[in-house]
Design a protein. Structure first.
Length: 226
């Protein structure tokens, strides 16, 4: 049990160090030596968990899929807004998430399969849109796969612009503006009137999803918001 816990801590330390280096340097320029130095582990420890730099990058991309989802909301459009706003909040606060996003958009990471995050978020948003459609929350013309694809692509562009312009400081405001522009073409006005898409909503969700001591003690996956 002690060995297993130590292995888990080592793996997390390696991923955190790799995330920092990938975010700062980009995939191509990052080196295993830099990651080893930042993680404070031996080469043998690193290669026990990850066989290559490519596998390390895939580990970071995969890690984003392990967060607990937003709890079910009665209004599925609110659940979509909460999902998008929380991801923006994580980008501001979690280096692992920022590294994953940078990797997914890094055109020099040619050997890394970068489709996963886009597919993952497209599936999440598409599923919620389908549920919203079944509940009569969206306009009749809406194609849920197409709308999900547009929202994921638009978010990718907005976060990239925010990173360049303000190092993510204005990301929540930009994402709120994105939702204000996209949702009216998708959602029934009567439903949209009750949906909170303000930047402050993100902090409320993050507080709601902070892990309880019981979840942490049981080793269950948790949402890390700070």
């Amino acid at each position: 049990m002690v060995k297993q816990e130590r292995a888990i801590r080592t793996r997390k330390a390696i991923l955190a160090a790799a995330a920092k280096i990938f975010e700062e340097r980009g995939y191509r320029a990052a080196t295993i030596s830099e990651i080893l130095s930042a993680a404070g582990v031996t080469k043998g420890a690193l290669y026990f968990h990850f066989s290559s730099k490519e596998e390390l990058a895939q580990g970071i991309l995969h890690e984003q899929d392990q967060w607990l989802p937003i709890p079910d909301r009665a209004c599925k459009i609110q659940q979509i807004a909460d999902t998008v706003l929380l991801h923006a909040y994580r980008l501001q606060h979690d280096p692992l998430v920022r590294a994953g996003v940078r990797l997914s958009l890094d055109q020099q990471a040619e050997e890394v399969d970068r489709r996963g995050p886009f597919t993952h978020w497209g599936d999440i948003i598409g599923d919620l849109l389908a549920k919203a459609q079944a509940q009569g929350e969206v306009l009749p013309h809406v194609s849920t796969p197409e709308t999900a694809d547009v929202l994921v692509g638009a978010f990718a562009g907005v976060q990239a612009m925010s990173q360049i312009m303000s190092d993510y400081q204005d990301l929540l405001a930009r994402v709120s503006a994105l939702l204000r522009h996209l949702l009216p073409s998708t959602v029934l006005p009567s439903v949209l009137a009750a949906v909170d898409i303000t930047p402050g909503r993100a902090g409320i969700i993050a507080t709601e999803l902070r892990p309880s001591p019981e979840n942490t003690a049981n080793g269950r996956p948790t949402v890390r918001a700070d």
